[in-house]
Ligand binder design. Structure first.
Ligand code: ADP
Length: 308
């Protein structure tokens, strides 16, 4: 008999990863939410508990509820689900808070009813949650949360997600300055066209990063962690961005950039020791400016969502 309830870990994720706006993402190990999902005889989705953040419990206003309804609408399961959400990821931090809830919900539901859907189909349901959170059904956080490791959304229509190899010594450092940047603002300020010159640099770097990840060539990864399109515009919204990035690079990071739509800033390093030194250097910048922060050092999570 299949389980009646499961508790899952839903990882935080870093979207964009410098050069891959809306297409690249990676999953973290050290930060994530927990959810308990339970089958009910009653139809529909009910969010019965939400701890750790002040977020709506109403099914249609919570990304877990919206993603869950998309899942239910696509299958012939007769009952419904109850969801408890234990948030550890702050909403609006730029490390995939909404994606953790929407993917956690649909992944757990799928497990509970005998996995009728493939991970790619689950990405589509979870994207409905992202549509609620930001107005745009992007997949660059939900894909790594579901597949684990690094992922590339090669195409949105039709949806095509590719799992990328994760080099074993790669660590992420993420600092979340406690300032508010609205996802809608950080999208609105972007230009809708790019020059051919910038395009050439950007797709060169995306290709370089993917090749570097597969061949575990840390120098190539480092050279490819550049963003000529989004970072120069978005970084204006993040106080201290240039100094944090420079400090990360000076202390051995392979690269550094904005995590998702910010305000979190990430760095990738070879080895945990370097990632910790980078964390120390990043925090010193915000200590000096006087902005509070959360800081995380994490291995890349190659598994994605899992039962705990
Ligand atoms: P992040 O910047 O960490 O990726 P998002 O901007 O994607 O976070 O999502 C935050 C938005 O989603 C907020 O407006 C929040 O109210 C809404 N939201 C609704 N349900 C949830 C949920 N279960 N977890 C996180 N955010 C949620």
């Amino acid at each position: 008999m299949s389980a009646y309830e499961i508790r899952v870990f839903c990882p935080a994720t870093i979207a964009n990863v410098s050069c891959g706006f809306d297409v690249l993402g990676l999953a973290l190990d050290a930060v994530g939410d927990e959810m308990v999902v339970r089958k009910t005889v009653e139809k529909g989705i009910k969010i019965t508990k939400l701890e750790g953040q002040n977020l709506p419990l109403e099914t249609l206003q919570n990304v877990a509820g919206v993603a869950g309804l998309a899942f239910l609408a696509a299958c012939d399961y007769e009952g419904g689900f109850e969801i408890e959400i234990y948030k550890k990821i702050k909403a609006g931090s730029g490390i995939g808070s909404s994606a953790a809830s929407s993917t956690g919900a649909v992944w757990a539901m799928n497990e509970l009813i005998g996995k009728p859907f493939s991970p790619l189909e689950l990405v589509k349901f979870a994207m409905e949650g992202e549509r609620l959170a930001s107005g745009v059904p992007h997949a660059d956080n939900v894909a790594p949360a579901l597949f684990g490791g690094f992922t590339l959304v090669r195409s949105y229509i039709p949806l095509d997600v590719v799992k990328i190899n994760t080099p074993s010594e790669l660590y992420a450092t993420v600092i979340h300055p406690q300032i508010e940047v609205k996802t809608s603002d950080s999208r609105r300020i972007l230009k809708t066209t790019i020059s051919l010159e910038d395009g050439i640099k950007q797709w060169g770097n995306v290709g370089g990063l993917i090749a570097g990840l597969f061949t575990e060539d840390y120098d190539l990864i480092s050279r490819s962690l550049e963003d000529h399109i989004v970072e120069p515009i978005r970084s204006i919204l993040i106080p201290g961005f240039d100094s944090v990035k420079q400090k990360a690079l000076d202390n051995g990071a392979l690269g550094s950039g904005i995590s998702g739509s910010g305000p979190s800033i990430f760095a990738l390093s070879k080895g945990e020791e370097t990632a910790k030194n980078v964390a120390k250097a990043m925090t010193e910048v915000y200590d000096k400016i006087g902005i509070d922060y959360d800081i995380h050092v994490s291995k890349i999570n190659s598994e994605g969502i899992k039962i705990i």
